[in-house]
Ligand binder design. Structure first.
Ligand SMILES: *Cc1c(COP(=O)(O)O)cnc(C)c1O
Length: 417
């Protein structure tokens, strides 16, 4: 469900025509629908009604301040993976006691920042990290609330780059070593064991891997109890997939029901870290056709957005539907939709059946709300594009387009040159 739709063959976001926004802010730009973001968050929230829970939205999927503020205002917390994301979360007004800190490589300064901010818990991924957190706690005279991230070794059947819960991956602690690390944690004076966490991967389109992981984590919790270690927060991560093309992922209700059932009667507070499922289909990337070109073997549509703006097709071979912003009767051609960057890997779509577009036409790259802007870069010295949020019949630029001056901010030329 989303609020991008056609009226008289023109694409609207809620009640605003997309071409009108393009005229105002130029292209390319990311466009988010407030009603869609809100709806997705509330649907996810309702899926866990009856179970004590906290939704810690995954900041890395979309970290715009306006987006974070919206989820915070709906009762959400944040799952962060860096000091920068903590800064964003606090700037957006997310209460620190609703923030969990994940990630395999937290730096000492980041740990101290989080400890001083009073976050809910650190999801720890190694014994060395545990030792460092205990040292930071000692120095700051604080007790760090921690969970261990365990690796339940289930196959989420997703792209290898976004699979994180198998033994071969860098994430988490193996189930066997986790017990030992927990025992060690319980003995450290400046950490307090409060939880357990896992995250098996992203764009997972089946329920079974989540339920398997939860069962394994519950077994571990039972083992820990025999050693007198008790858990208050059970964090099952994020990873629920969305429809980009023909995938049919479970509805959040179905996911919620399966997880609640697997949880059974327990006193834990469930923590969820959804990202993509909340924001993915709530955003699009709007781009303009610059040129069309007939190659020797196929057609090319050259647009003004590129892999630096949306890297998912290049990085994961990901599919994004591409729709004309203005629909009319055109014949269909098969073409590659490519950007201006000097890399053959710079494409938004390959061998795609699309209407025969012309220079100047607007295209909407669909399902670009997650891992879109957040993964963008300045490669080829391209200023990063604006982010726009629509609410009903108004639009708001929630991040301005970067300028050429922004591109060289912080650079300097030494005097000897
Ligand atoms: C990336 C990530 C998430 C969010 O994943 P989605 O697939 O976007 O839901 C949640 N938790 C952790 C630890 C992550 O690394």
């Amino acid at each position: 469900m989303h609020h991008f739709h056609y009226r008289d063959n023109r694409m609207f976001c809620e009640d605003v025509p997309v071409p009108e926004i393009a005229k105002n802010v130029g292209t390319p730009f990311y466009l988010y629908s407030h009603a869609t973001l809100r709806h997705h968050f509330l649907v996810f929230q309702e899926a866990f009604e009856g179970v004590p829970h906290l939704i810690c939205f995954s900041a890395k999927s979309n970290s715009n301040l306006a987006v974070l503020r919206l989820f915070g205002s709906l009762g959400g917390g944040l799952d962060i993976v860096s000091g920068g994301e903590l800064f964003r979360g606090l700037q957006a007004g997310i209460p620190p006691d609703r923030i969990v800190y994940s990630g395999v490589g937290k730096r000492e300064d980041e740990i101290e920042y989080a400890l001083q901010s009073g976050i809910l818990m650190f999801n720890i991924e190694s014994h060395q990290e545990l030792e460092l957190i205990n040292r930071c706690g000692t120095r700051l005279k604080k007790k760090a609330p921690i969970a261990l991230r365990v690796n339940p070794d289930v196959d989420p059947k997703t792209h290898p780059y976004i699979s994180t819960g198998l033994k071969r991956e860098k994430f988490g602690l193996g189930m066997e070593s986790a017990t030992e690390v927990y025992k060690s944690a319980a003995a450290f004076p400046h950490v307090e064991v409060v939880g357990i966490s896992c995250h098996i991967g992203s764009q997972v389109t089946e329920i079974a891997p989540f339920v398997d992981a939860l069962h394994r984590v519950k077994e571990l919790i039972a083992t820990l109890e025999t050693f007198g270690i008790s858990i208050s927060y059970l964090d099952i991560g994020g990873g629920l997939g969305i429809t980009y093309d023909r995938e049919s992922p479970p509805h959040p209700n179905e996911y919620g029901r399966a997880i609640s059932e697997a949880l059974g009667d327990s006193a834990f507070t469930l923590i969820l870290e959804p990202g993509r499922v909340i924001v993915g289909n709530a955003g699009i990337l709007v781009t303009r056709v610059l040129y069309t070109k007939k190659g020797e073997t196929k057609d090319f549509v050259i647009v003004d957005a590129a892999m630096n703006d949306l890297v998912r097709p290049s990085l994961y071979d990901a599919y994004h539907a591409i729709e004309p912003v203005v629909r009319d009767q055109r014949e269909t051609i098969r073409a590659d939709v490519v950007g201006p960057i000097c890399e053959s890997g710079d494409f938004l779509a390959k061998d795609r059946d699309t209407p025969r577009v012309e220079a100047g036409d607007l295209l909407a790259v669909m399902s670009a709300g997650a891992y879109g802007f957040t993964m963008s870069s300045n490669y080829n010295s391209r200023p990063r594009v604006p982010e726009v949020m629509v609410k009903e019949d108004q639009f708001y630029v929630v991040r301005a387009r970067e300028s050429y001056e922004d591109l060289i901010k912080g650079e300097s030329i030494p005097a000897f040159l």
